[in-house]
Design a protein around this ligand. Sequence first.
Ligand code: NDP
Length: 369
Amino acid sequence: MDLGLLLHALIPSSTSVAILAAFFTYLAIVGPILPGKVVPGVILQDGSRLHYRCNGLLSLLLLVALLGMAAKMDYISPTVISDRGLELLSATFVFSCIVNLVLYAAGCKSRNQGSSLKPHLTGNLIHDWWYGIQLNPQCMGIDLKFFFVRAGMMGWLIINLSVLARSIQDATLSRSMILYQLFSLLYILDYFFYEEYMTSTWDIIAERLGFMLVFGDLVWIPFGFSVQGWWLLNNKPELTTASVIANCFVFLIGYLVFRGANKQKHLFKKNPKAPIWGRPPKVIGGKLLASGFWGVARHCNYLGDLLLALSFSLPCGISSPIPYFYPIYLLILLIWRERRDEARCATKYKEVWAEYCKLVPWRILPYFY
Ligand code: NDP
């Protein structure tokens, strides 16, 4: 595609603005009304606690059903998103900049001293813009951080489904596309099935809402993580049966480690005496779990996520680095994140953390890192 055409394809049309508006309006409406378990968040510094309605799975299934019906009745084209990928990308980018501008202005003006809304201003414009000013900003009773990550994960699936529809219409559906679609579908469904676990993750409990998260959730997740699907629309790598089996194996191992580790930590936080792998847990200083996956490496959950990311790209073969965008990005992100998390834990847990590091010396991959 030449530069002129590319720039033209990036200009948002009224259709792409309407798609985005409809998507966010749908999420804002169903979030507070659909049934779902209401989960208390972590206790914040001032003793307060937010509550999250975990109805993401139901919201997603309803959305897919509604879109399926609308496509069947010819109200919308199932390929509308894959046909307008670039303009949707730029429209979402502009939207995320506007959202962040509003968050920045609201954060600067806020006089609230509660943990959720207390402004954290360093005076460094770039730092405050990137990391954000408030921990849990709300809009009309909606927790924006939880809302945006949900929008990003759902957007990823909706893009994938539209790419799949385009590939079926073009009669280019391949084994690779089926594998990529299947793995990412399982990952996204699993995310929403265990949405409650999200409430105790670093993003929700420790990260303020700034451009890093807004852009990451709204643009990076749906458009960046779906690169393999877009790439497979124009490329058809040959996959042997052995490589398909190996690919499934990487996915399965990745899933068991990722979900197992996150589940163990979540259960431990709820009940520090709950058995881990059928045995009483090894606990350091009454606070840190040092058995199960958390006795193998201090961020074993990152290892599982990295294997999963790799399994989404392996169906594309090794002829191009483009489909490996997601695992490479995730590797960099998780190493950076693990360093920041370790610094936070060292400050929070002091000698207990030092003891944990001595007992479990590996950060992510045992005997390697
Ligand atoms: P973790 O779930 O690892 O949470 C880190 C926190 O857990 C620490 O700050 C500490 O918090 C607590 N903790 C750490 N070690 C222990 C221990 N041994 N025992 C008890 N508590 C402990 O990190 P994230 O929130 O970063 O990640 C959650 C999941 O999300 C991961 O699987 C990650 O791979 C995934 N992820 C995916 C991304 C993607 O783009 N695909 C991006 C980022 C994350 P506390 O103060 O509460 O004790």
